[in-house]
Design a protein around this ligand. Structure first.
Ligand code: DON
Length: 536
């Protein structure tokens, strides 16, 4: 089964498995397809993380996060007066917002190391080429989404032509074609993954960057490397949790919160109760404070992963939580962890017939990324540079305040919140896999899905759909969802001293697959979003 945010992509993954491919082969094909049919987030101009659990119990993680171009440095997004340069020409919009894309290199590594060996690179790219060349029928959602992003998409000629129909826009039912992207995919299919980094596509990226004051050079593209990392592992009430380590904060923050919550009987508190949301908020506040201080690219900064996810550390952090009174984020600082241990957006899930599982989240950061489509390639670029601390202490696009460790440096990967996760039953078999999109809210969505299944006994669809909350230390507020909290619950939480967001809004969107004890696969797409789980 494949659960992704577009039915056409899920179907392509299923076809790959029908031809004998494994979950990794299928995940690569789905990722390429989403770049065509889910262009606001699916990508070859961005990066992400793939967590794999093989039938025999081996687990692996591939880090294909974008890298800052070599010319980037700590103050690249700070003006003379010390203000952060965001928006056009800064960390979120335009050519300078992009890190060097990692998606193609990540898929190259995944195929070489973990593919079935039965299908070739070309076999995984080719199914998406007709979708780009001949087009697909636009949904209402995608047609209106592009228009909603017209302010900046319209400023970049290729983005304006491709996504906005030169200002005439598209409507539901139109056939949406991306011939330049089709041609790029064909080059990559014919010449192999290095084409993107060293061939004609690379040259087109470097030339367009140069012409527009961007930083990415041919050298940067050539030097990009995907990395294999040891997945982060922990437990919640005896169930093993496998997730993404740094440069994502997702796995650590989730495990920290789950470790703190383990001491309480969350099931007895009840799913949507004030008691549960109080402790969840307090635990999240503490874990996100640690995120801001300690987490970054582990190749550039010491990240005390083992200390942060230890049960002992959680026990100490938990002690400060008063069960009837909220703390403030101003009071809560990062905890004391021994540093220097000397160790080292869109989500989709694939389960193959053998039971191998891939949990993959990749992104171009904001919807439509930097809004720049590289001239002649159809490749929409990321604005992942904004995930660095543009100026330590100042909030980014998601309001995250981050520290020195996550400052901009050439060749470094920005800290992420993506949380592709796999959860095992107590007997060691795979129970479910889940991930989400939504910046730091990803972590809240994934961990509450885990809590909903393990503590509240929900199935995967209920666990993903149920209301959730989000607290990320700063700003000091609790986000909540429409129809999520009753007025009574809000009153109790306010009574404890929590600051609730003025207006409710959706918190992230998740997809996942659960495997029943009898082996049946149950796919789930968040009702906050769209997509399809396709099985065979
Ligand atoms: O890596 C991260 O944490 C972010 N760049 C993810 C962005 C995201 O989920 C976009 N969602 N709406």
């Amino acid at each position: 089964m494949v659960a992704s945010q577009h039915e056409l992509a899920s179907k392509i993954g299923v076809e790959v498995m029908k031809r004998g491919g494994n979950a990794v082969d299928a995940a690569i094909a789905v990722g390429i397809a989403l770049a065509v049919v889910y262009p606001e987030a699916g990508n070859i101009g961005g990066g992400g993380f793939m967590v794999i659990r093989f039938k025999d119990g081996r687990t692996r993680a591939i880090d294909y996060r974008e890298m800052a171009p070599a010319a980037a440095h700590r103050d690249i997004f700070v003006d003379r007066d010390g203000n952060v340069i965001r928006g056009e020409g800064g960390s979120t919009i335009g050519y300078r917002a992009s890190g060097v894309p990692g998606t193609i290199a990540g898929f190259e590594m995944a195929l070489a190391k973990f593919g079935s060996g039965k299908l070739k690179w070309r076999d995984l790219i080719e199914p998406s080429i007709p979708l780009a060349n001949d087009g697909y029928v636009l949904s209402h959602r995608l047609a209106s989404l592009a228009e909603a992003y017209k302010e900046h998409l319209s400023k970049y000629p290729d983005s304006n032509r491709i996504f906005l129909n030169n200002g005439k826009f598209f409507k539901e039912g139109d056939l949406f074609k991306q011939p330049e992207l089709g041609a790029t995919l064909k080059r990559i299919a014919d010449k192999g993954p290095r084409e993107f980094y060293e061939g004609e596509t690379a040259k087109m990226i470097a030339a367009d960057m140069k012409a527009n004051n961007g930083l990415i050079t041919l050298e940067d593209l050539k030097n990009y490397k995907a990395k294999e990392r040891a997945p982060i592992r922990g437990t919640y009430r005896g169930h093993e949790i496998i997730s993404m380590p740094p440069p994502s904060s997702g796995g650590i923050v989730m495990l920290q919160v789950l470790n703190m919550l383990e001491a309480w009987d969350i099931a007895a508190m009840g799913h949507n109760s004030a008691a549960k949301y109080h402790v969840l908020t307090e635990a999240s506040r503490r874990a996100f404070a640690d995120r801001a201080e300690y987490m970054a690219d582990p190749d550039f900064a010491d990240v005390p992963t083992v200390g942060l996810i230890s049960k002992e550390y959680a026990a100490g952090r938990r002690k400060g939580i008063d069960l009837k009174k909220a703390s403030t984020s101003q009071q809560i600082k990062f905890g004391e962890v021994a540093v220097s241990e000397g160790q080292d957006t869109t989500h989709y899930t694939v389960v193959d017939p053998e039971g191998n599982v891939v949990s993959n989240t990749y992104t171009i950061n904001d919807l439509y990324g930097s809004r720049v489509t590289i001239k002649g390639t159809g490749v929409l670029m990321n604005d992942e540079m904004d995930d660095f601390a543009a100026r330590p202490g100042m909030p980014n696009l998601f309001g995250l305040v981050q520290g020195e460790r996550n400052k901009v440096e050439g060749g470094k990967r920005p800290l992420s919140s993506m949380t592709p996760t796999i959860v095992l039953r107590k007997d060691g078999s795979v129970w479910f896999a889940v991930g989400a999109r939504g910046g730091p809210r990803i972590i809240s969505a994934v961990m509450q899905t885990v809590i909903n299944v393990i503590d509240h006994g929900m199935n995967i669809q209920q666990a993903i759909d149920s209301p959730r909350i989000h607290q990320q230390w700063l700003p000091d507020q609790v986000l909540h969802e429409p129809y999520g909290l009753s007025p009574d619950t809000i009153d109790i939480l306010r009574g404890y001293g929590h600051k609730l967001a003025d207006r409710p809004g959706n918190i992230a969107s998740a997809t996942g697959i659960m495997i029943g004890a009898d082996g049946v696969r149950y796919g789930a797409i968040d009702s906050r979003s769209d997509g399809a789980a396709v099985g065979f």
